[in-house]
Design a protein around this ligand. Sequence first.
Ligand code: ATP
Ligand code: HSE
Length: 293
Amino acid sequence: MVTVRAPATSANLGSGFDVFGVALDRPADVVHVERADRTTIEVTGVGSQYIPTDPDRNVVGAVADALDAPAHIRIDKGVRPSSGLGSSAASSAAAALALNELYDRGLSREELVPVAAEGEAVVSGEAHADNVAPALLGGFTVATDEGVTTVDADIPLVACLPEIAVSTRDARRVVPDTASMDDLVHTVGRAATLSVGMCRRDPSLVGAGMDERIVTPARAELITGYHDVRESAFEAGADGVTVSGAGPSILAVCGERERTRVAAAMVEAFDEAGVAARAYKTRVGRGAEVFDI
Ligand SMILES: Nc1ncnc2c1ncn2[C@@H]1O[C@H](COP(=O)(O)OP(=O)(O)OP(=O)(O)O)[C@@H](O)[C@H]1O
Ligand SMILES: N[C@@H](CCO)C(=O)O
């Protein structure tokens, strides 16, 4: 048996739609795999009642197919599904790494990124890699058609998860088909600022680089209380606030000392909007870990 822990992730970071991602140091999924003649799946943990065990509908089934590695796969969910915290990606990444070990396939973590992205295609219709890349490699990742670049960043974060569900498939439907040249220039400037901030481990540059005018405003409409939560986080000292992945989680970047205040302000603002929420005080973390063979 092989056991792998793969972390939650936050994709996009505002200005890096479908490209940027970060691994979070918590929460995480734990996946156990054992060789079998055909793939079977068992799911426990947070939100497991909403997750199919049919290998054609669970992301790990697609990963097992891609690696030609049938197994009994047990998923202990720590990352709630439809959270914007890369729940499906955590399972996909963990399964890819675990099955690669179990069947001795010899693929590198970089080579496992497109394999794990096959799982994402099952749930959102597209094999985007911006969650599975940080879940496998850790740190801040830039995923493009050419491959993945990583930065071992260390930045404090707050991920605030409201008790509403937004599916990635639905959130992709509201993404505009076109953008003005002004908005593209603005996005490139912010994305470049954010990347420099990650390299310098500077929360204020990362925060300034999260601002984005094309995708985020459309998705904010799907999250009850978004504007108030964002404003409250800034008042509490956040350097930047945006939708985490496809939502509904909201991600804030801040200094170490502001983290507790920012987390409390975000939960309170959701509460005032009539939505229960929890906040993870977290930071950019490591990628998936094999911890028991
Ligand atoms: N192993 C799995 N873990 C989580 N969700 C799964 C899994 N397999 C299938 N799903 C389905 O995928 C959907 C959740 O994925 P989705 O991409 O919408 O959310 P997310 O991964 O939390 O979000 P994001 O990618 O925006 O961070 C749910 O419909 C869920 O039933
Ligand atoms: N980049 C993806 C991440 C969510 O899976 C999106 O925003 O739709």
